[in-house]
Design a protein around this ligand. Sequence first.
Ligand SMILES: [Zn+2]
Length: 240
Amino acid sequence: MTTLAPIEIKCLCCGNQFHSREVVSTNSLGPVTTDLFEMAAGQQPIRYLIFTCPDCGYTGISGEEGPLDSQIKKFVEEKISPRLKEEEITSGRSWEFMALINEAKGLDDFAVGSMFLRAAWCSWLDGNAGDEPGYRRKVTDYFEKALNKEIVLEDRIYWTKYLVGEMYRRIGDEITAHKWFDKVTQMELKHPNRDFWLDLARQQKTEPKEYVREPASPEDLIKEKRSLLKKIFNMFGRNA
Ligand SMILES: [Zn+2]
């Protein structure tokens, strides 16, 4: 299970102090979606990795060192803070702010797109159908720009092209999705997981599924809990 602990954050932008929670430990026992969201069993750490100041909207990681560039402060004041009056800070919104602020800081298109991908995953987790398609479209925009600029690492090219296709599929643009899945299956670039990517792209084009690894059934969860208890029991038994 994911363990959280309280944390106090001092906002680098406005100096406000606020309470939040951070991830102390987590696991990778949860399902994996076909948009490549590797979930934990229990609480999802993705909700607690970044922190949004409730006063100004500045978003960052814990332990980030200042001072903050005055241009970024201005950016937050003009582009982010006004939105707090009308919009709720959901975990998807936090990742959107993170993406926008880091783009203003000069982060590349691939990294900004990866932050929007987290915004899309969070909106999907929250059942926030209003925000989800917009974030998925942002992922395609930034990843396509990154591919055109050839800044995507070779190791990530299958991952990136496949995800662009899957983003289009999830927003209902089947024609563009199929174009991208075809790009994946036509790629000849060597990669240790090439077969996995080709099979997945073919599957999502012809018989799309929502999960690469399905959520555990209640019976599986009970089995997992039993084996965890057994492990703990053995651990204490050994140390006694
Ligand atoms: Zn602040």
